[in-house]
Design a protein around this ligand. Structure first.
Ligand code: ATP
Ligand code: MG
Length: 443
């Protein structure tokens, strides 16, 4: 017979204290389970581990569903970039992803953008799926920015993008449907745009650092979007699809696709370091779009003298799901995932070594009671904790705990009951310390 479960039971926090993300959860209630074997149809490390650990579910090449643990990580990345954009004055919106073909024909993107997914309705009307949102955001800004007094304005969203990518072998790092934060800013002058461009660059670098990564800024050409210079944010990893050269001494970095720089040469910027070649993944990109989109849509505002002017536009992409994949590629080890605290699905993995409640001896009941009590106390403190309260062997629990990659594991075994000694193991280093219950709750 099925047990009736109250889905709210997973949190012992009062309702008003529950934020968007539940802070604590019993693993016995988590519907996903870790798999022992790596999926046969995945080649990339990030997809193999994320599928095995039950973070994502593959629908087809380049398309994944995010399951509870995976969604928690993605949401944390989204919140980090959301806070960063809010802090610099960005205003969040949710734009349509099903686009009328007319807007894409207005800008020429309908024929020029090779990755654009095109659909036809049963009445033979044509649509595009959003691969980027210039065609949608420009008319929105146009409607409300009629005077120089309305500028500058920065509009951003966090959501899904669709691209008809030829190859999708990098797991969640290159999707046909994927997550992105994209922002678009509209300015009166080139100077004002460049001021804001610098602010966004700094905000990006801080956001990557918060996610536990060091990103290098490369200069690259604007590609399909523009003749102008753009900057890419690169994280060194062999799982990436870009080749870069960077200086070991200063911040100079360039994409080999466009740069003349070669490995071994002296750095053209500082002259001191020598250039090193590396593989990297592009986790963000900022473009100077000039006046291309306002010109296409006839978007003009009145300047202080009453003259009609086209605004200058900047666009800023930040690959949320790719970033999650890059974190896996950089930090995971032979035992599984390793998350930095800022994006981890939970901070603590509380593992009870009680060998089952049914028919077990007195000692085991005490262990279960101690683990339950610690879980409740941690939950009351608002700490994010996943509680492995399941009836499994210790070895199995530890292997799965390693695979899930939660930063700290707290083990409740005999020693906890007899001597108030809980094993706390740091996932990244394997370092183990013994702590008392009071010490744990004082963290
Ligand atoms: P790439 O050069 O990797 O194809 P792009 O230059 O086309 O990316 P943008 O259009 O600038 O990318 O998108 C902004 C960000 O979105 C990129 O920096 C990257 O982090 C992410 N991104 C782009 N394409 C994908 C994809 N197919 N899957 C996952 N993330 C992506
Ligand atoms: Mg690119």
């Amino acid at each position: 017979m099925h047990k009736t479960r109250n889905i709210h039971e997973s949190s012992v926090l009062p309702k008003r204290a529950q934020k968007r993300i539940l802070r604590c959860m019993r693993q016995s209630r988590l519907f996903t389970k870790a798999r022992r074997e790596a999926p046969a149809d995945e080649v990339s490390k990030n997809a193999q581990l994320l599928v095995r650990a039950g973070y994502v579910h593959k629908e087809m090449a380049g398309v994944y569903s995010y399951l509870p643990l995976g969604l928690r990580v993605l949401s944390k990345i989204e919140n980090i970039i959301r806070e960063a954009m809010d802090a610099i004055g960005g205003q969040e919106v949710r734009m349509a992803t099903l686009h009328p073909s007319e807007k894409w024909k207005t800008t020429g993107g309908w024929d020029a953008v090779d990755v654009l997914f095109k659909l036809q309705s049963r009445t033979k009307k044509e649509y595009a799926l959003g691969q980027s949102e210039e065609e949608i955001v420009t008319p929105i800004a146009q409607e409300y920015s009629t005077s120089y007094k309305d500028l500058p304005v920065a509009i951003y969203q966090i959501g899904q993008k669709y691209r008809d990518e030829l190859r999708a072998k990098s797991g969640i790092m290159r999707g046909r449907e994927f997550g992105m934060k994209d922002m678009y800013s509209f300015h009166e002058t080139q100077e004002d745009f460049e001021r804001f461009y610098e602010i966004v660059k700094q905000a990006y670098l801080e956001a990557y650092a918060t996610c536990g990564l060091v990103a290098k800024v490369t200069e690259a050409s604007g590609g399909a979007f523009s003749e102008k210079l753009s900057y890419e944010f690169m994280v060194l990893t062999d799982a990436g699809e870009d080749d870069i050269v960077y200086c070991e001494h200063c911040t100079h970095c360039a994409n080999i696709e466009v740069a003349k720089d070669k490995e071994g040469e002296a750095c053209p910027k500082c002259g001191e370091g020598s250039l090193k070649a590396a593989r990297a993944s592009e986790v963000g990109n900022v473009f100077d779009l000039g006046q291309k989109y306002p010109k296409a849509f006839g978007f003009m505002y009145k300047d202080a003298e009453g003259n009609e002017q086209y605004p200058i536009v900047g666009c800023y992409g930040f690959g949320t799901s790719r970033l999650m994949g890059v974190i896996v590629e950089k930090l995971a080890d032979e035992k599984g995932l390793v998350w930095p605290g800022s994006v981890a699905p939970f901070t603590y993995h509380l593992v009870s070594l009680s060998a089952g409640r049914q028919g077990s001896g007195h000692n085991n009941d005490d262990i279960a009671k101690a683990a339950d009590a610690l879980y409740d106390a941690l939950a009351k403190k608002g700490v994010e904790v996943l509680y492995d309260d399941r009836d499994l062997r210790a070895g199995e629990k530890f292997a799965e705990s390693d695979l899930l990659g939660i930063p700290f594991r707290i083990v409740v075994g005999k020693d906890a009951v007899a001597n108030d000694a809980f094993e706390v193991v740091e996932r990244a280093t394997g370092m183990m310390t013994k702590k008392s219950r009071a010490e744990i709750l004082g963290i």
